[in-house]
Design a protein around this ligand. Structure first.
Ligand SMILES: NC(=O)c1ccc[n+]([C@@H]2O[C@H](COP(=O)([O-])OP(=O)(O)OC[C@H]3O[C@@H](n4cnc5c(N)ncnc54)[C@H](O)[C@@H]3O)[C@@H](O)[C@H]2O)c1
Length: 271
């Protein structure tokens, strides 16, 4: 069902790699809600065949950009405004990558070059996007920027290794930049802390399958799907959440407020 919540709004959606990507679902829903937008992804990561399908389906254009590269981001925000016919109203940051996770390196033995790369790709990239957008004055007043995070920013999940620290930084950037951009231009910046989700980035984390089941059983509503995450992104892009900014909002079926579910406890019942 659609409500025309983004009618007339223009946006930039990063991170749609394949149809499992959270960003893919956001693009489909933003299109259904009446938005026009540009799709972007890293030139090397982009699976052209797949993203082209999404572009055709949503009547959008693709602008390749490495989110760690200021020139690429400047081109992205400049060209997007040309293509869309004005400043943008929403931006989705749906970018995450850790070489340490990919290579199964334990937290206490992190490779610092990989760590730095992970910080650049997954956290600095939000700062860089916002800094470029602000310099170009590319986002309309009351525009909304959403980045995706994970609860390991607040609590320890050993297998999430350096991404835990990186997500904590991402959330902090959303707050800090949210202050400045809010004061100067009334632009809103939030992070959504999403349930484990079966995507390329998610499934790359060691033991993801078991953990997915654990989180599902410890959430009164079950894990939130990529599709429901997309719904929440749309809500945050819309005018119905105009006074929400600098927040990290849990979108996790109640997981973050649950100590232990009866269902999980029963697994330990020895009687
Ligand atoms: N899947 C989960 O369990 C989960 C849970 C909470 C938060 N998240 C976050 O959601 C976001 C989206 O991930 P996803 O789960 O949809 O997986 P995904 O693998 O589909 O998306 C990650 C995207 O980041 C892009 N990317 C990587 N390096 C880049 C660069 N240098 N420049 C531009 N783009 C780059 C990839 O190409 C890919 O499209 C990430 O921030 C992830 O950490 C995921």
């Amino acid at each position: 069902m659609s409500y025309n919540l983004l009618k007339g709004k223009r946006g930039i959606i990063s991170g749609a790699l394949d149809e499992n990507s959270i960003a893919w679902k956001v693009a489909e829903k933003a299109h259904a809600e009446g938005a026009t937008f540009v799709l972007t992804n890293a030139p090397i990561a982009m699976r052209m065949g797949e993203i082209k399908q999404l572009a055709e389906k949503t009547n959008s254009q693709i602008i390749p950009a490495d989110a760690t590269n200021i020139d690429d981001l400047t081109n992205l925000f400049t060209k997007s405004q040309e293509i869309l016919g004005g400043k943008v109203d929403f931006v989705l940051h749906s970018i995450g990558m850790s070489v340490n996770i990919r290579k199964n390196i334990p937290y206490t033995e992190l490779n610092y070059e990989y760590f730095a790369k992970g910080i650049d790709v997954s956290a600095f990239s939000l700062h860089k996007m916002l800094s470029v957008a602000k310099k170009l004055d590319a986002i309309n007043e009351w525009g909304s920027v959403v980045a995706l995070s994970y609860i390991a920013a607040q609590r320890t999940y050993p297998f999430y290794t350096d991404m835990a620290d990186i997500k904590a930084m991402l959330e902090s950037i959303a707050r800090s930049f949210g202050y400045h951009y809010g004061t100067d231009k009334k632009v809103r910046i939030n992070t959504i802390s999403q349930s484990p989700t079966k995507t390329t980035a998610g499934s790359g984390v060691k033991g993801f399958g078991d953990f997915y089941e654990y989180a599902d059983k410890n959430s009164p509503l079950g894990n939130a799907s990529a599709e429901s995450c997309a719904d929440f992104c749309i809500a945050l892009f819309s005018d119905l959440t105009k006074m929400v900014t600098m927040q990290n909002i849990f979108h996790d079926g109640g997981y973050s407020s649950t100590g232990a579910s009866m269902e999980l406890m029963e697994k330990f019942n020895k009687a």
